[in-house]
Design a protein. Structure first.
Length: 278
């Protein structure tokens, strides 16, 4: 009797559950929706993948189809069917056009022809190239190779036209422009040449040989030669483009305060009011 009872129970189970142990409602003999291997009655696990590793859309857990390519058409190595990666380079580092650099100017490693990547970092690992300039051409102080900052001013605060930010023109450039003229001396030029002979009405003691405010660039015209043995021409201009030589003295041997190298003016009186000993 016990044998027949178990047989009837077994037949009842067979009529209720399929060979994998699922009933018509998709419930397994173990009381869950999944068999002992973790798959439901349709053959999918909780993540939606079959035992062969692919989901209903034909992609595996990594997002690749059975042919080895993902939704964007790239394989597991990152190359498409033609052998190019998402950046447009093949395994040799060439673009589809056979160039080393893509349309944005970067190579397969992400650097442009000047050695900078898209974040502005150079191949040497810093934000500056071996010459000391960054991706946009400025050094650590903010000046380009021509010596101007992003606002167009040099280290002294002047732009390429010689003006500062207030519109004031550099005195040295004014002198240089005057030197380039070929017409007779103007009153301003005469004044510049004779500045060393014009004592100030009121002055405090200060070091002599101060000619920096008279320095000119690329002297031409009236600053041209021939020069005498002291470097002055017939106009009294030194070959450095100013009325004063490198020691700060004019052709007559006077500094810009009209004192000679012994500290006396043309009347033989020094700045303390003392007369020259005869």
């Amino acid at each position: 009797m016990e044998f027949f009872k178990k047989r009837r129970e077994h037949q009842s189970i067979q009529r209720t559950y399929d060979k994998r142990g699922f009933n018509k409602a998709g419930l397994h003999l173990n009381g869950t929706s999944y068999d002992y291997d973790g798959y439901d009655h349709a053959g999918y696990n909780a993540a939606g993948f079959k035992q062969d590793g692919y989901n209903n859309a034909g992609f595996d857990v990594a997002g690749f189809k059975r042919d080895g390519f993902d939704r964007q058409g790239y394989n597991r190595q990152g190359y498409d069917a033609r052998g190019f990666n998402q950046k447009g380079f093949d395994r040799r580092g060439f673009t589809r056009e056979g160039k080393r650099y893509n349309a944005r100017g970067f190579d397969v490693q992400g650097y442009n022809v000047r050695g900078f990547n898209q974040k502005g970092r150079h191949r040497n690992g810093t934000m500056f190239n071996d010459d000391g300039y960054n991706a946009v051409g400025y050094d650590a102080l903010g000046f380009n190779r021509q010596g101007y900052n992003a606002s167009g001013y040099d280290h002294n605060g002047y732009n390429q036209e010689g003006f500062d930010k207030y519109g004031k023109k550099r005195f040295e450039q004014q002198v240089a422009e005057l030197n380039q003229r070929q017409q007779p001396l103007t009153k301003l030029e005469q004044q510049l040449i004779s500045v060393a002979q014009q004592p100030l009405q009121k002055r405090t003691f200060s070091p002599r040989r101060d000619y920096t405010n008279h320095k000119a660039y690329d002297p031409k015209g009236k600053a041209a030669g021939p020069y005498d043995v002291f470097g002055f021409n017939e106009y009294g201009m030194h070959k450095n483009g100013t009325p004063l030589d490198e020691q700060g003295y004019s052709r007559e041997g006077l500094d810009k305060y009209s004192f000679d190298q012994q500290g006396f003016n043309k009347d033989g009186i020094n700045e303390k009011g003392e007369k020259r000993d005869v």
